[in-house]
Design a protein around this ligand. Structure first.
Ligand code: AKG
Ligand code: FE2
Length: 231
């Protein structure tokens, strides 16, 4: 059992990023990359690619797809499951980022999901957290496990820029290389998100009567500071 105390909260804004270096060792990482590159079937298209285990992530509702049956975790995934929650995750997503791929700034939906973790493998990449005008870069180093809780989960967006080089804090450019991440999501079991953030919380937006289709538009609008009109 991975102890909760092995995760350390980063002493930064946003609050709520819990971090563990060396979740696995480099040999284990190499074995996984060999499996990812040789044994898994990836779509044949450029950009970020995803494979799903457990329930399947639904890109229309940002919850789980009720029409796709639960898939058991493959053997290689089992030792990579965080054991710091009371049960295994419901949705696991393996993503491949070739150099130049990214993920747009977003908040993982509050309505369907509660806890959220991400394991980084292969090349490092910089993730940017944003809240209004604030920007905080976090280097996602290989083999690190990150839990996004608290403000980092609910009130800041996170994303990875689509670029072939990251610019580090000291100004140096670091080329991106192949990166994989595994994200773990736990469905909310009972109760709703009560954070009340009308810009980023799909539950708060639903209660306000904002139509489903307009909810992500509201988050985009916030970046342009026009969310006030909904408050
Ligand atoms: O690739 C990562 O580390 C994070 C991906 C992410 O934010 C997501 O899948 O929601
Ligand atoms: Fe995310």
């Amino acid at each position: 059992m991975e102890e909760r105390s092995k995760f350390k909260e980063l002493p930064i804004q946003p609050q709520g990023i819990f971090w563990k270096d060396d979740f696995i060792d480099p040999e284990h990482e190499q074995q996984l990359i060999t499996i990812f590159q040789n044994e898994l079937e990836w779509a044949d298209r450029p950009g970020r690619l995803s494979l799903h285990y457990g329930y399947t992530f639904d890109y229309k509702t940002f919850g789980i797809d009720p029409d796709i049956p639960h898939k058991e975790f493959p053997e290689w995934l089992q030792p990579l499951i965080p054991t710091t929650e009371t049960r295994p995750p419901d949705q696991v997503c393996l993503q491949y980022y070739p150099p130049g791929a990214g993920i747009p700034p977003h908040v993982d939906a509050h309505g369907p999901y509660d806890q959220l973790y991400a394991l980084s493998l292969g090349g490092p990449a910089v993730m940017q957290f944003r809240r209004e005008e604030e920007r905080v870069d976090i280097d996602l180093t290989p083999r690190s496990m990150m839990q996004m809780a608290g403000d980092s989960r609910l009130h800041w967006t996170h994303g990875i820029k689509k670029r072939k080089n990251d610019i580090l804090a000291d100004g140096t450019q670091r080329p991106r290389t192949n990166r994989w991440s595994i994200t773990y999501r736990w469905l909310r079991d009972g109760g709703e998100c009560e954070c009340g953030n009308i810009v980023h919380c799909d539950t708060a937006q639903r209660r306000l009567g904002v139509e489903k289709e307009k909810r992500s538009v509201l988050a985009l609008a916030a970046e342009a500071s026009v969310a006030d009109q909904f408050s």
